[in-house]
Design a protein around this ligand. Structure first.
Ligand SMILES: *Cc1c(COP(=O)(O)O)cnc(C)c1O
Length: 383
């Protein structure tokens, strides 16, 4: 086997296409094959080419793990069957009695996992407003081991200062996790800002085509990554080879897709601001957004997620059904534009969450169709 090329010094778009994805040394295949096999031949007991059983490792999965780690600027990537399986693996590195300080508007499924899975198991947690560092300090306990950050958040697009939060947590001996699903490493690199762990739902922008569910973790620390790697195999929430192939394929265009998502979001925001029926428009790129300064500092652009408010809940629910180019559906981050009503859709399943999503809020995942078509659709649906 030829040694893998070191893509470490290459640019982001180059690494997205090549890191972990050298031509197959045996066949010359330019694209990493889907290794659809559960087990691997051993020439004698214990002697194999690096893989023995596909829960423990699979070459297609290895390629994805290498690529994602490279994009996040971390040494270790670990892939999971979903974003929530990735969250679970991080939380299982803690012990009953440990305490987590977390954002009070994390993704609803993440909150449900804290409240209904890890809480009963013995993990204590406090959801607080991470925008206020005094509040974060006030929530700190002797047992606090982890600070769980998500930025920008879903669906309110709050932005938190990763570097300041990392400093605060590290002074107190805790680790910092950032769910980087909304920004992606194309726009924001939490490890470089001081975070210890990055969590992804690869279902969203990294996969990018709404055709796969997956998750991943990236970390620099050998010990932490080793624990997560152990849990990946010991618990078994692993992605199959086709799923990792699809995410790997999506990653190749991440850089250009994110540019297009951000451009279209700019056009959509401008159009929304002109429509009389639309109240507040929420997007970190707007100067009036409370996290705009931080976003401008820690992100290279402001992302493709946009929320806005209508007159009331009834108006928001009715408007969602009128779109033709935007598809009414949950999820986000695909090439196609989606619209949803968070109060009754993505956030309904997490009643009891400290986050109150306003009923008049509509959320858009702005896709990469022609901006003119998106704007025309907004005008006909909301005009
Ligand atoms: C979707 C999502 C998750 C959960 O990921 P799944 O792949 O659906 O399990 C976690 N965090 C954020 C921010 C998400 O958008």
């Amino acid at each position: 086997m030829t040694a893998a090329h070191d893509w470490g010094a290459a640019g982001f778009a180059t690494r997205a296409i090549h890191a972990g994805q050298d031509p197959d040394p045996q066949t010359g295949a330019v694209i990493v094959p889907v290794y659809q096999t559960s087990t691997f031949h051993q020439s004698e007991v214990g002697a194999h080419a690096g893989w023995d059983y596909a829960r423990s490792g699979n070459p297609t999965r290895d390629a994805l793990e290498t690529a994602i780690a490279s994009l996040e600027g971390g040494r270790h990537g670990v892939a999971f069957a979903s974003g929530l399986a990735a969250c679970d693996a991080v939380l299982r590195t803690l012990r009953p009695g440990d305490h987590v300080v977390m954002a009070n508007d994390v993704y609803g499924g993440t909150y449900r996992q804290f409240a209904q899975v890890h809480g009963p198991w013995g993990l204590a947690f406090d959801p607080v407003d991470l925008a206020d560092l005094d509040v974060v300090r006030g929530a700190w306990r002797e047992q606090t081991r982890l600070l769980w950050v998500e930025t920008p958040t879903n669906p309110l697009l709050n932005v938190f200062d990763i570097a300041a939060l990392a400093e605060l947590a590290h002074e107190r001996g805790a680790r910092v996790v950032v769910d980087n699903t909304f920004a992606t490493p194309a726009l924001q690199q939490p490890l470089a800002l001081g975070a210890d762990v990055v969590v992804h739902s690869t279902t969203k922008y990294l996969g990018g085509h709404s055709d796969v569910v997956g998750g991943a973790i990236v970390a620099d620390d050998d010990d932490l990554a080793g624990q997560v790697r152990f849990l990946q195999n010991a618990i078994g929430g692993v992605p199959g080879p086709w799923d990792v192939f699809l995410v790997l394929r999506g990653l190749k265009t991440l850089a250009v897709r994110m540019r297009a998502h951000c451009e279209n979001a700019r056009a959509v925001v401008a159009a929304l601001q002109e429509l009389p029926a639309v109240g507040e428009v929420v997007w970190p790129g707007l100067a009036g957004h409370p996290g705009h300064q931080i976003a401008a500092r820690q992100m290279s652009d402001f992302g493709g997620m946009v929320s806005f408010r209508l007159a009331d809940e009834e108006a928001a629910v009715r408007a969602c059904a009128r779109f033709r180019v935007f598809t009414l559906a949950e999820s986000l981050g695909g090439v196609e534009s989606l619209v949803e009503h968070p109060g009754r859709m993505t956030h309904q399943s997490v009643a009891g969450s400290p986050l109150q999503v306003p009923g008049d809020l509509v959320r858009l995942s702005v896709g990469i169709e022609d901006a003119d078509d998106l704007v025309a659709d907004l005008r006909q649906a909301l005009g």
